[in-house]
Design a protein around this ligand. Structure first.
Ligand code: SF4
Length: 213
């Protein structure tokens, strides 16, 4: 089992590491050390990977993520971008689409509720507004299919729910990057819970910890 999250050595960041910690993936798979994975050289990956890595360096600490997306699209020559957004962030999605458009990109945007399918139609019994109320399901598979049909060159996820984003990633033909992650409790800033895990957030974070907490 790999335990990088608890590593104190971080040999992978050192130019000449003299020891590898226990459970280190590089120690357990020495063939991976100092050797790029061959997939980086596939035609569909190589330019994309190099360009996005160079953009990291170009705007490091200066460009917000949406600017990095704009730069990546221009570097790759992409013209048509998909925006798969959450209905709870419609206003923000519009602003994001305007920013992308003003930077010369065509934006195809699809909201999560598209399809107008009631939640019970797929077996969802628990509803936010309670039983009997009309509540359309989030429809990430349809969002992906519509953007596939539009032949978008890169898709941007904007605030899709946990798991709905997973399904969008699964069914999108184009590569996907995430601009906004959904966190209703923290104004879409999920790392806030991690920063405050020992403080204000603690009572909300360990429902399964039992006696170990
Ligand atoms: S790859 Fe190895 S050195 Fe790097 S964080 Fe993981 S365990 Fe530590």
């Amino acid at each position: 089992m790999y335990t990088c999250a608890h590593c104190t050595v971080k040999a992978c960041r050192q130019e000449h590491p003299d020891q590898l910690p226990q459970n280190c993936p590089m120690g357990l798979h020495p063939d991976t050390m100092d050797t790029p994975q061959p997939e980086y050289f596939l035609p569909e990956n190589h330019e994309f990977y190099v360009k996005c890595s160079e953009i990291e360096a170009e705007g490091y600490g200066q460009w917000p993520r949406i600017r990095e997306i704009v730069e990546l699209c221009h570097a790759m020559g992409y013209k048509k971008i998909g925006l798969a957004f959450c209905g709870g962030l419609h206003k923000e999605a519009r602003t994001a689409a305007d920013i992308l458009r003003k930077n010369g990109l065509e934006v195809v945007s699809v909201m999560c509720k598209t399809g107008h399918v009631p939640k019970p139609a797929v077996g969802i019994e628990k509803q936010v507004r309670g039983p009997g109320a009309f509540e359309p399901m989030c429809n990430p598979i349809l969002q992906a299919k519509l953007l596939n049909e539009a032949q978008t060159e890169l898709n941007v996820v904007f605030g899709l729910c946990v798991g709905h984003d997973s399904m969008f990633y699964k069914y999108s033909d184009a590569l996907v990057t995430t601009l906004v992650v959904k966190d209703r409790a923290l104004a879409h800033n999920p790392i806030g819970a991690i920063h405050c895990a020992d403080g204000y957030m603690k009572p909300r974070l360990f429902p399964y910890a039992g006696d170990s907490e």
